[in-house]
Design a protein around this ligand. Structure first.
Ligand code: THU
Length: 158
């Protein structure tokens, strides 16, 4: 896990983070008033975004990361190499990076298994003045994957 300046990111990492920042403006978060944007980078450099989508039955909320993963899957994109996540409150900017919730870490772990790589995770404050680059294995040590329950998912790998 390392802190990195925005300028040190690659052009593609910057693009993903910028698109995540733009898409968080479409977040549907009337309850928490906390807006999250996520942007996946596929193996071929395609960027797929997602936002959180809340519900009056609070527990049905879908996080930005999972929204992006499901969207990529529907687009036929299975191989994900990286995800950028950024957030802001209705009335405040984040001063620390927003880490994916436990459920999203588990879903990203599955994505990493399908992708056959340790998915990079880029986390940023609203103003991009604090950025952490880490990976799903670092965020979810000893994660449970298909191999662990004897599942062969090779037909889903691109
Ligand atoms: N949320 C995300 O979308 N991703 C995260 O990484 C953290 C939390 C959303 C869920 C909920 O809509 C709001 O942020 C507050 O938890």
């Amino acid at each position: 896990m390392k802190y990195i300046n925005y300028q040190e990111l690659s052009e593609l990492q910057k693009k993903a983070l910028d698109e995540a920042a733009n898409v968080l403006e479409n977040s549907y978060a009337p309850y928490s008033k906390f807006h999250v944007g996520a942007a996946l980078i596929s193996a071929d450099g395609t960027i797929i975004t997602g936002t959180n989508f809340e519900n009056a039955a609070y527990s049905l909320t879908v996080c930005a990361e999972r929204a992006a993963v499901v969207r990529a899957n529907a687009m036929g994109i299975k191989k994900i190499r990286s995800i950028a996540v950024i957030a802001r409150g209705d009335t405040f900017d984040t001063v620390e990076v927003t880490g994916p919730c436990g459920d999203c870490r588990q879903v990203l772990y599955e994505t990493s298994q399908i992708s056959n790589c340790d998915t990079e995770v880029i986390l940023s404050t609203t103003k991009k003045d604090k950025i952490i680059v880490t990976s799903i294995k670092e965020l979810l040590p000893l994660g449970l994957g298909p191999d662990d329950i004897g599942m062969d998912i090779s037909r889903y790998r691109q």
